[in-house]
Design a protein around this ligand. Structure first.
Ligand code: TXE
Length: 483
Protein backbone atom coordinates (compact mmCIF):
# COMPACT_ATOMS: atom_id res chain seq x y z
CA UNK A 1 0.00 0.00 0.00
CA UNK A 2 1.24 3.47 -0.87
CA UNK A 3 1.65 5.96 1.95
CA UNK A 4 -0.93 8.26 0.35
CA UNK A 5 -3.52 5.43 0.65
CA UNK A 6 -3.05 5.55 4.39
CA UNK A 7 -3.77 9.27 4.56
CA UNK A 8 -7.06 10.07 6.23
CA UNK A 9 -9.41 12.86 5.20
CA UNK A 10 -11.03 13.94 8.43
CA UNK A 11 -14.14 16.14 8.43
CA UNK A 12 -16.19 17.89 11.10
CA UNK A 13 -19.36 16.20 12.34
CA UNK A 14 -22.05 18.79 12.99
CA UNK A 15 -25.75 18.15 13.58
CA UNK A 16 -25.53 14.62 12.16
CA UNK A 17 -23.69 15.62 8.97
CA UNK A 18 -20.06 15.52 7.85
CA UNK A 19 -18.72 18.92 6.83
CA UNK A 20 -15.54 20.32 5.42
CA UNK A 21 -13.90 23.26 7.13
CA UNK A 22 -13.04 26.74 5.98
CA UNK A 23 -9.39 25.73 6.07
CA UNK A 24 -7.55 22.42 6.31
CA UNK A 25 -4.67 21.25 8.45
CA UNK A 26 -2.46 18.19 8.44
CA UNK A 27 -1.12 15.86 11.10
CA UNK A 28 2.25 14.19 10.73
CA UNK A 29 3.77 10.98 11.99
CA UNK A 30 6.22 11.90 14.79
CA UNK A 31 8.16 8.68 14.06
CA UNK A 32 8.64 9.74 10.44
CA UNK A 33 7.88 13.39 9.92
CA UNK A 34 7.76 13.14 6.14
CA UNK A 35 4.57 11.09 6.43
CA UNK A 36 1.29 13.00 6.53
CA UNK A 37 -1.21 10.95 8.56
CA UNK A 38 -4.31 13.05 7.98
CA UNK A 39 -5.62 16.08 6.23
CA UNK A 40 -8.36 17.50 8.40
CA UNK A 41 -11.04 20.17 8.19
CA UNK A 42 -10.48 23.03 10.60
CA UNK A 43 -13.64 24.54 11.99
CA UNK A 44 -14.14 28.26 12.43
CA UNK A 45 -16.29 30.13 14.94
CA UNK A 46 -19.44 29.94 12.84
CA UNK A 47 -19.19 26.14 12.60
CA UNK A 48 -18.59 26.00 16.35
CA UNK A 49 -21.68 28.14 16.84
CA UNK A 50 -23.78 25.78 14.68
CA UNK A 51 -22.49 22.68 16.47
CA UNK A 52 -23.33 24.18 19.86
CA UNK A 53 -26.82 25.20 18.67
CA UNK A 54 -27.39 21.68 17.28
CA UNK A 55 -26.31 20.18 20.60
CA UNK A 56 -28.67 22.49 22.48
CA UNK A 57 -31.57 21.51 20.17
CA UNK A 58 -30.80 17.78 20.45
CA UNK A 59 -30.73 17.97 24.24
CA UNK A 60 -34.53 18.10 24.44
CA UNK A 61 -34.94 14.62 22.98
CA UNK A 62 -31.68 12.94 24.07
CA UNK A 63 -32.06 14.01 27.71
CA UNK A 64 -35.46 12.28 27.79
CA UNK A 65 -34.39 9.15 25.91
CA UNK A 66 -34.75 5.89 27.80
CA UNK A 67 -31.79 4.45 29.68
CA UNK A 68 -32.06 1.39 27.42
CA UNK A 69 -31.62 3.51 24.30
CA UNK A 70 -28.56 5.24 25.75
CA UNK A 71 -27.11 1.94 26.98
CA UNK A 72 -27.59 0.32 23.57
CA UNK A 73 -25.93 3.22 21.75
CA UNK A 74 -22.89 3.18 24.05
CA UNK A 75 -22.65 -0.59 23.92
CA UNK A 76 -22.64 -0.49 20.11
CA UNK A 77 -19.88 2.14 20.12
CA UNK A 78 -17.83 0.09 22.59
CA UNK A 79 -18.25 -3.09 20.56
CA UNK A 80 -17.12 -1.45 17.33
CA UNK A 81 -14.08 0.12 18.96
CA UNK A 82 -13.09 -3.24 20.44
CA UNK A 83 -13.63 -5.03 17.13
CA UNK A 84 -11.43 -2.45 15.35
CA UNK A 85 -8.80 -1.96 18.04
CA UNK A 86 -5.87 -3.04 15.84
CA UNK A 87 -6.74 -0.61 13.06
CA UNK A 88 -7.46 2.19 15.55
CA UNK A 89 -4.24 1.41 17.42
CA UNK A 90 -2.26 1.65 14.20
CA UNK A 91 -3.72 5.09 13.51
CA UNK A 92 -2.87 6.23 17.05
CA UNK A 93 0.68 4.88 16.80
CA UNK A 94 1.15 6.76 13.51
CA UNK A 95 -0.40 10.02 14.62
CA UNK A 96 0.86 10.32 18.21
CA UNK A 97 3.93 8.07 18.25
CA UNK A 98 2.88 5.64 20.98
CA UNK A 99 4.45 2.17 20.46
CA UNK A 100 1.94 -0.02 18.60
CA UNK A 101 1.09 -2.51 21.40
CA UNK A 102 0.39 0.37 23.82
CA UNK A 103 -1.65 2.15 21.15
CA UNK A 104 -3.79 -0.94 20.50
CA UNK A 105 -4.27 -1.34 24.26
CA UNK A 106 -5.42 2.28 24.49
CA UNK A 107 -7.98 1.73 21.72
CA UNK A 108 -9.27 -1.33 23.59
CA UNK A 109 -9.45 0.70 26.79
CA UNK A 110 -11.64 3.27 25.03
CA UNK A 111 -14.01 0.47 23.97
CA UNK A 112 -14.17 -0.86 27.53
CA UNK A 113 -14.94 2.62 28.84
CA UNK A 114 -17.95 2.90 26.50
CA UNK A 115 -19.11 -0.56 27.66
CA UNK A 116 -18.76 0.47 31.32
CA UNK A 117 -20.87 3.59 30.79
CA UNK A 118 -23.45 1.60 28.82
CA UNK A 119 -24.04 -0.16 32.15
CA UNK A 120 -24.03 3.12 34.08
CA UNK A 121 -26.75 4.49 31.78
CA UNK A 122 -29.05 1.81 33.18
CA UNK A 123 -28.13 2.59 36.79
CA UNK A 124 -29.54 6.13 36.90
CA UNK A 125 -28.24 7.36 40.25
CA UNK A 126 -30.69 8.65 42.87
CA UNK A 127 -32.06 7.91 46.32
CA UNK A 128 -35.21 8.03 48.38
CA UNK A 129 -34.84 9.46 51.87
CA UNK A 130 -37.22 9.54 54.86
CA UNK A 131 -38.51 13.09 55.41
CA UNK A 132 -38.35 14.89 58.74
CA UNK A 133 -42.07 15.58 58.35
CA UNK A 134 -44.79 12.94 58.65
CA UNK A 135 -46.44 11.93 55.40
CA UNK A 136 -43.83 13.65 53.24
CA UNK A 137 -41.67 11.75 50.75
CA UNK A 138 -38.26 13.00 49.67
CA UNK A 139 -36.21 11.82 46.74
CA UNK A 140 -32.95 12.97 45.25
CA UNK A 141 -32.72 12.41 41.52
CA UNK A 142 -30.07 13.29 38.98
CA UNK A 143 -30.68 14.94 35.63
CA UNK A 144 -28.35 15.62 32.71
CA UNK A 145 -26.60 19.00 32.78
CA UNK A 146 -27.20 20.07 29.16
CA UNK A 147 -24.61 20.78 26.46
CA UNK A 148 -21.12 19.74 27.51
CA UNK A 149 -17.97 21.00 25.78
CA UNK A 150 -15.17 18.42 25.85
CA UNK A 151 -11.65 19.70 25.11
CA UNK A 152 -8.94 17.07 25.04
CA UNK A 153 -5.14 16.77 24.67
CA UNK A 154 -3.02 14.62 22.41
CA UNK A 155 -1.38 12.21 24.83
CA UNK A 156 -4.32 9.73 25.10
CA UNK A 157 -6.27 10.50 21.90
CA UNK A 158 -8.86 7.74 22.44
CA UNK A 159 -8.95 7.06 26.18
CA UNK A 160 -9.41 10.65 27.40
CA UNK A 161 -12.15 11.52 24.87
CA UNK A 162 -13.83 8.18 25.71
CA UNK A 163 -13.87 8.86 29.45
CA UNK A 164 -15.52 12.21 28.81
CA UNK A 165 -17.86 11.40 25.87
CA UNK A 166 -19.19 8.10 27.28
CA UNK A 167 -20.45 9.42 30.65
CA UNK A 168 -21.72 12.62 29.01
CA UNK A 169 -23.92 10.60 26.64
CA UNK A 170 -24.77 7.91 29.19
CA UNK A 171 -26.47 10.44 31.45
CA UNK A 172 -28.32 12.20 28.59
CA UNK A 173 -26.13 15.23 27.85
CA UNK A 174 -25.33 16.40 24.35
CA UNK A 175 -21.71 16.78 23.36
CA UNK A 176 -19.45 19.17 21.48
CA UNK A 177 -16.04 17.47 21.29
CA UNK A 178 -12.80 19.21 20.29
CA UNK A 179 -9.72 17.00 20.09
CA UNK A 180 -6.16 18.34 20.09
CA UNK A 181 -4.85 19.70 16.78
CA UNK A 182 -2.03 17.13 16.95
CA UNK A 183 -4.36 14.10 16.79
CA UNK A 184 -7.34 15.07 14.60
CA UNK A 185 -7.54 11.70 12.82
CA UNK A 186 -7.91 9.83 16.13
CA UNK A 187 -10.71 12.20 17.14
CA UNK A 188 -12.35 11.78 13.76
CA UNK A 189 -12.06 7.95 13.87
CA UNK A 190 -13.82 7.94 17.23
CA UNK A 191 -16.50 10.32 15.92
CA UNK A 192 -16.99 8.16 12.84
CA UNK A 193 -17.86 5.19 15.07
CA UNK A 194 -20.10 7.31 17.30
CA UNK A 195 -21.90 8.66 14.20
CA UNK A 196 -23.21 5.14 13.49
CA UNK A 197 -24.86 4.76 16.90
CA UNK A 198 -28.53 5.66 17.06
CA UNK A 199 -28.15 9.16 18.50
CA UNK A 200 -30.41 12.07 17.50
CA UNK A 201 -28.71 14.49 15.08
CA UNK A 202 -26.78 17.04 17.14
CA UNK A 203 -26.43 14.93 20.30
CA UNK A 204 -22.77 14.41 19.41
CA UNK A 205 -20.65 16.88 17.41
CA UNK A 206 -16.97 16.89 16.44
CA UNK A 207 -15.11 20.15 15.88
CA UNK A 208 -11.47 20.06 14.86
CA UNK A 209 -9.38 23.19 14.90
CA UNK A 210 -7.33 25.49 17.01
CA UNK A 211 -7.69 25.91 20.74
CA UNK A 212 -7.65 29.68 20.47
CA UNK A 213 -10.46 29.82 17.95
CA UNK A 214 -12.66 26.73 18.24
CA UNK A 215 -11.76 25.83 21.85
CA UNK A 216 -12.30 29.40 22.95
CA UNK A 217 -15.66 29.55 21.14
CA UNK A 218 -16.83 26.49 23.09
CA UNK A 219 -15.55 27.88 26.38
CA UNK A 220 -17.25 31.24 25.94
CA UNK A 221 -20.58 30.13 24.52
CA UNK A 222 -23.49 30.68 26.92
CA UNK A 223 -25.31 27.58 25.61
CA UNK A 224 -22.47 25.32 26.78
CA UNK A 225 -23.53 24.36 30.30
CA UNK A 226 -20.46 22.38 31.32
CA UNK A 227 -16.82 22.14 30.25
CA UNK A 228 -14.50 19.20 30.79
CA UNK A 229 -10.87 19.87 29.87
CA UNK A 230 -7.63 17.92 30.03
CA UNK A 231 -4.44 19.70 29.06
CA UNK A 232 -1.86 22.18 30.22
CA UNK A 233 -2.01 24.30 33.37
CA UNK A 234 -2.01 27.71 31.61
CA UNK A 235 -4.91 26.80 29.30
CA UNK A 236 -6.76 25.18 32.20
CA UNK A 237 -6.35 28.38 34.25
CA UNK A 238 -7.78 30.45 31.39
CA UNK A 239 -10.74 28.09 31.10
CA UNK A 240 -11.31 28.36 34.83
CA UNK A 241 -11.52 32.16 34.66
CA UNK A 242 -13.70 32.27 31.54
CA UNK A 243 -15.95 29.38 32.55
CA UNK A 244 -16.49 30.51 36.13
CA UNK A 245 -17.26 34.06 34.98
CA UNK A 246 -20.33 32.74 33.16
CA UNK A 247 -21.10 30.09 35.84
CA UNK A 248 -20.40 27.06 33.64
CA UNK A 249 -19.88 23.75 35.42
CA UNK A 250 -16.15 22.95 35.22
CA UNK A 251 -13.93 19.91 35.37
CA UNK A 252 -10.22 20.47 34.71
CA UNK A 253 -7.42 17.89 34.63
CA UNK A 254 -4.03 19.50 34.26
CA UNK A 255 -0.44 18.72 35.11
CA UNK A 256 1.45 16.58 37.55
CA UNK A 257 4.93 16.27 39.07
CA UNK A 258 4.32 12.92 40.63
CA UNK A 259 6.64 11.44 43.24
CA UNK A 260 7.64 7.80 43.54
CA UNK A 261 9.19 7.15 46.97
CA UNK A 262 11.63 4.24 47.22
CA UNK A 263 12.28 3.10 50.78
CA UNK A 264 15.35 1.14 51.88
CA UNK A 265 13.18 -1.91 52.61
CA UNK A 266 11.70 -1.99 49.07
CA UNK A 267 12.21 -4.82 46.61
CA UNK A 268 14.79 -2.78 44.70
CA UNK A 269 14.39 -4.58 41.40
CA UNK A 270 10.66 -3.96 41.47
CA UNK A 271 11.18 -0.33 42.48
CA UNK A 272 13.52 0.20 39.51
CA UNK A 273 10.90 -1.28 37.15
CA UNK A 274 8.20 0.95 38.66
CA UNK A 275 10.43 4.00 38.18
CA UNK A 276 11.42 3.05 34.64
CA UNK A 277 7.86 2.37 33.57
CA UNK A 278 6.34 5.35 35.38
CA UNK A 279 8.94 7.91 34.36
CA UNK A 280 9.81 7.05 30.78
CA UNK A 281 7.17 4.90 29.06
CA UNK A 282 4.91 6.80 26.65
CA UNK A 283 7.99 9.07 26.42
CA UNK A 284 7.03 10.56 29.81
CA UNK A 285 3.96 12.12 28.20
CA UNK A 286 1.49 11.12 30.89
CA UNK A 287 0.10 13.39 33.55
CA UNK A 288 0.62 10.48 35.97
CA UNK A 289 4.33 10.05 35.05
CA UNK A 290 6.76 9.67 37.98
CA UNK A 291 9.10 12.56 37.32
CA UNK A 292 10.42 12.78 40.92
CA UNK A 293 12.05 9.63 42.29
CA UNK A 294 12.56 10.13 46.03
CA UNK A 295 15.00 7.52 47.32
CA UNK A 296 16.03 6.74 50.90
CA UNK A 297 19.70 7.48 51.40
CA UNK A 298 20.99 3.98 52.17
CA UNK A 299 19.75 2.56 48.82
CA UNK A 300 20.14 5.76 46.78
CA UNK A 301 23.34 4.86 44.98
CA UNK A 302 22.43 1.27 44.18
CA UNK A 303 18.96 2.36 42.96
CA UNK A 304 20.48 4.99 40.67
CA UNK A 305 23.07 2.56 39.31
CA UNK A 306 20.42 -0.06 38.51
CA UNK A 307 18.04 2.46 36.97
CA UNK A 308 20.82 3.87 34.82
CA UNK A 309 21.63 0.36 33.60
CA UNK A 310 17.99 -0.31 32.70
CA UNK A 311 17.66 3.08 30.96
CA UNK A 312 20.71 2.37 28.82
CA UNK A 313 19.01 -0.80 27.56
CA UNK A 314 15.69 0.85 26.64
CA UNK A 315 14.80 0.63 22.97
CA UNK A 316 13.80 4.02 21.58
CA UNK A 317 12.54 4.19 18.02
CA UNK A 318 9.75 4.15 15.42
CA UNK A 319 6.39 3.44 17.05
CA UNK A 320 5.61 0.65 14.57
CA UNK A 321 8.92 -1.17 14.96
CA UNK A 322 8.53 -4.44 16.91
CA UNK A 323 10.20 -4.41 20.32
CA UNK A 324 10.31 -0.63 20.64
CA UNK A 325 9.68 0.44 24.25
CA UNK A 326 9.68 4.21 23.83
CA UNK A 327 8.50 6.04 20.73
CA UNK A 328 9.29 9.57 19.62
CA UNK A 329 7.94 12.57 21.52
CA UNK A 330 4.84 14.05 19.97
CA UNK A 331 6.18 16.99 17.95
CA UNK A 332 9.07 19.36 17.35
CA UNK A 333 8.08 22.00 19.92
CA UNK A 334 7.65 19.35 22.64
CA UNK A 335 11.04 17.85 21.75
CA UNK A 336 12.62 21.29 22.00
CA UNK A 337 10.96 21.92 25.40
CA UNK A 338 12.36 18.61 26.64
CA UNK A 339 15.87 19.35 25.39
CA UNK A 340 15.67 22.85 26.92
CA UNK A 341 14.66 21.30 30.25
CA UNK A 342 17.68 18.97 30.06
CA UNK A 343 19.96 21.91 29.35
CA UNK A 344 18.40 23.95 32.17
CA UNK A 345 18.91 21.04 34.58
CA UNK A 346 22.61 20.91 33.70
CA UNK A 347 22.93 24.68 34.10
CA UNK A 348 21.20 24.79 37.48
CA UNK A 349 23.66 22.20 38.83
CA UNK A 350 21.63 18.99 38.80
CA UNK A 351 23.99 16.04 38.34
CA UNK A 352 23.52 14.33 34.99
CA UNK A 353 23.22 10.54 35.25
CA UNK A 354 22.05 9.45 31.83
CA UNK A 355 20.49 10.48 28.51
CA UNK A 356 18.66 13.56 27.36
CA UNK A 357 20.28 13.40 23.91
CA UNK A 358 18.78 13.85 20.50
CA UNK A 359 18.73 10.47 18.72
CA UNK A 360 18.98 9.69 15.02
CA UNK A 361 16.97 6.77 13.67
CA UNK A 362 16.39 5.39 10.17
CA UNK A 363 13.39 7.71 9.73
CA UNK A 364 13.38 11.40 10.62
CA UNK A 365 11.43 11.62 13.89
CA UNK A 366 11.37 13.40 17.26
CA UNK A 367 13.62 10.97 19.11
CA UNK A 368 15.48 11.52 22.35
CA UNK A 369 17.00 9.27 24.98
CA UNK A 370 15.32 9.26 28.40
CA UNK A 371 17.14 11.51 30.85
CA UNK A 372 17.92 11.17 34.55
CA UNK A 373 19.38 13.75 36.95
CA UNK A 374 20.28 13.83 40.64
CA UNK A 375 18.59 17.03 41.82
CA UNK A 376 17.94 19.22 44.82
CA UNK A 377 14.32 19.98 45.76
CA UNK A 378 14.64 23.60 44.61
CA UNK A 379 15.87 22.70 41.11
CA UNK A 380 13.40 23.36 38.32
CA UNK A 381 13.86 19.81 37.03
CA UNK A 382 12.33 18.76 40.38
CA UNK A 383 9.52 21.32 40.30
CA UNK A 384 8.22 22.00 36.76
CA UNK A 385 6.16 19.55 34.73
CA UNK A 386 8.27 18.78 31.64
CA UNK A 387 5.95 16.23 30.00
CA UNK A 388 8.80 14.34 28.41
CA UNK A 389 11.13 11.45 29.28
CA UNK A 390 13.03 13.47 31.90
CA UNK A 391 13.10 12.46 35.58
CA UNK A 392 15.15 13.33 38.64
CA UNK A 393 16.18 11.58 41.83
CA UNK A 394 15.95 13.32 45.21
CA UNK A 395 17.75 11.88 48.25
CA UNK A 396 15.68 11.40 51.41
CA UNK A 397 17.09 10.91 54.93
CA UNK A 398 14.19 8.78 56.15
CA UNK A 399 10.46 8.17 55.65
CA UNK A 400 9.33 11.51 57.16
CA UNK A 401 11.74 13.38 54.89
CA UNK A 402 10.56 11.38 51.87
CA UNK A 403 6.92 12.20 52.62
CA UNK A 404 7.75 15.88 53.06
CA UNK A 405 9.55 15.91 49.68
CA UNK A 406 6.69 14.00 48.05
CA UNK A 407 4.21 16.69 49.12
CA UNK A 408 6.55 19.58 48.31
CA UNK A 409 4.98 20.47 44.96
CA UNK A 410 2.15 22.65 43.70
CA UNK A 411 0.71 19.56 41.99
CA UNK A 412 -1.26 16.68 43.55
CA UNK A 413 -2.30 14.11 40.98
CA UNK A 414 -0.76 10.86 42.20
CA UNK A 415 2.03 9.56 44.42
CA UNK A 416 3.65 6.16 44.78
CA UNK A 417 5.74 4.35 47.36
CA UNK A 418 7.80 1.18 47.07
CA UNK A 419 8.20 -0.43 50.48
CA UNK A 420 7.68 -3.69 52.37
CA UNK A 421 6.58 -1.79 55.48
CA UNK A 422 2.86 -1.94 56.08
CA UNK A 423 3.16 1.00 58.48
CA UNK A 424 4.86 3.23 55.91
CA UNK A 425 2.54 2.18 53.10
CA UNK A 426 -0.53 2.85 55.24
CA UNK A 427 0.76 6.20 56.48
CA UNK A 428 1.74 7.28 52.96
CA UNK A 429 -1.66 6.39 51.51
CA UNK A 430 -3.27 8.60 54.14
CA UNK A 431 -0.84 11.53 54.09
CA UNK A 432 0.17 11.98 50.43
CA UNK A 433 -1.70 15.12 49.28
CA UNK A 434 -2.90 13.68 45.99
CA UNK A 435 -5.97 12.19 44.36
CA UNK A 436 -4.45 8.74 43.72
CA UNK A 437 -1.83 6.65 45.57
CA UNK A 438 0.11 3.59 44.40
CA UNK A 439 1.97 1.09 46.57
CA UNK A 440 4.62 -1.04 44.85
CA UNK A 441 3.20 0.03 41.48
CA UNK A 442 4.18 2.62 38.89
CA UNK A 443 2.41 5.99 39.36
CA UNK A 444 1.07 5.70 35.81
CA UNK A 445 -1.48 3.01 34.98
CA UNK A 446 -5.02 3.29 36.29
CA UNK A 447 -8.31 1.39 36.12
CA UNK A 448 -11.32 2.84 34.33
CA UNK A 449 -14.06 1.90 36.81
CA UNK A 450 -12.77 4.06 39.69
CA UNK A 451 -12.30 7.84 40.03
CA UNK A 452 -9.40 9.59 38.35
CA UNK A 453 -8.14 13.03 39.36
CA UNK A 454 -5.99 15.03 41.73
CA UNK A 455 -5.74 17.92 44.14
CA UNK A 456 -4.02 21.31 44.24
CA UNK A 457 -2.94 22.62 40.81
CA UNK A 458 -3.54 19.25 39.12
CA UNK A 459 -7.32 19.18 39.04
CA UNK A 460 -10.41 21.25 39.57
CA UNK A 461 -13.99 20.05 39.97
CA UNK A 462 -15.45 16.59 40.41
CA UNK A 463 -13.51 13.45 39.55
CA UNK A 464 -13.59 11.74 36.16
CA UNK A 465 -14.34 8.05 35.49
CA UNK A 466 -16.08 5.33 37.44
CA UNK A 467 -19.44 5.81 39.10
CA UNK A 468 -18.23 9.20 40.37
CA UNK A 469 -18.36 10.57 36.79
CA UNK A 470 -22.07 11.16 37.51
CA UNK A 471 -21.06 14.00 39.87
CA UNK A 472 -20.04 16.14 36.92
CA UNK A 473 -22.36 14.94 34.18
CA UNK A 474 -25.58 15.21 36.19
CA UNK A 475 -27.25 17.80 38.43
CA UNK A 476 -29.10 16.83 41.58
CA UNK A 477 -32.76 17.60 42.06
CA UNK A 478 -34.42 17.17 45.46
CA UNK A 479 -38.13 16.42 45.32
CA UNK A 480 -40.60 16.70 48.25
CA UNK A 481 -44.07 15.24 47.93
CA UNK A 482 -47.11 14.71 50.15
CA UNK A 483 -49.74 12.31 48.95
O1 TXE B 1 -1.92 21.41 25.69
P1 TXE B 1 -2.97 22.58 25.64
P2 TXE B 1 -1.03 20.86 24.49
C1 TXE B 1 0.73 19.80 28.97
C2 TXE B 1 2.14 19.39 28.72
C3 TXE B 1 2.37 19.77 27.29
C4 TXE B 1 1.57 21.04 27.18
C5 TXE B 1 1.12 21.41 25.82
O2 TXE B 1 2.98 20.11 29.57
O3 TXE B 1 3.70 20.00 27.00
O4 TXE B 1 0.44 20.77 28.01
O5 TXE B 1 0.24 20.43 25.27
C6 TXE B 1 -7.12 23.23 23.60
N1 TXE B 1 -9.34 27.70 24.79
N2 TXE B 1 -0.20 18.72 28.84
O6 TXE B 1 -0.64 21.89 23.52
O7 TXE B 1 -2.44 23.70 24.88
C7 TXE B 1 -6.18 22.58 22.61
O8 TXE B 1 -6.58 22.84 21.29
C8 TXE B 1 -9.87 26.47 24.70
C9 TXE B 1 -0.56 18.05 30.03
O9 TXE B 1 -1.81 19.72 23.94
O10 TXE B 1 -3.45 22.79 27.04
C10 TXE B 1 -6.29 21.12 23.02
O11 TXE B 1 -7.46 20.55 22.46
N3 TXE B 1 -9.15 25.39 24.37
C11 TXE B 1 -1.71 17.17 29.88
C12 TXE B 1 -6.42 21.20 24.53
O12 TXE B 1 -6.89 22.53 24.81
C13 TXE B 1 -7.85 25.54 24.14
C14 TXE B 1 -1.97 16.53 28.59
C15 TXE B 1 -5.10 21.00 25.28
O13 TXE B 1 -4.16 21.93 24.77
C16 TXE B 1 -7.23 26.80 24.23
C17 TXE B 1 -1.52 17.31 27.47
C18 TXE B 1 -8.02 27.92 24.57
N4 TXE B 1 -7.52 29.14 24.68
C19 TXE B 1 -0.67 18.36 27.63
N5 TXE B 1 -5.91 26.65 23.96
C20 TXE B 1 -1.98 16.25 31.01
N6 TXE B 1 -1.84 16.73 32.22
O14 TXE B 1 -2.33 15.11 30.82
C21 TXE B 1 -5.71 25.34 23.71
N7 TXE B 1 -6.88 24.67 23.81
Amino acid sequence: MKRSDLQHKARQYINGRWETGVTTGISRNPSDTGEVVAEYARADRSQAERAIRAAADAFASWSHSTPQRRADALDQIGSEILARKDELGLLLAREEGKPLPEAVAEAARAGQIFKFFAGEALRSPGETVASLRPGVQVDVTREPVGVVGLITPWNFPYAIPAWKIAPALAFGNSVVFKPSELVPACGWALAEIISRAALPAGAFNLLMGSGREVGQAIVEHPAVDALSFTGSVPVGERLLQAGAARRARLQLEMGGKNPLVVMADADLERAVECALQGAFFSAGQRCTASSRLIVESSVHDSFVARLRQRMAALKVGHALEPGIEIGPVVDGPQLQRNLDAVQAAREEGAEHVWGGDLLQRASPGHYMSPALFLAQPEHRVARDEIFGPVACVLRADDYEHALQLANDTPFGLCAGICTRSLAHATHFRRHAKVGMTMVNLPTAGVDYHVPFGGRKASSYGPREQGRQAAEFYTVTKTGYMQA
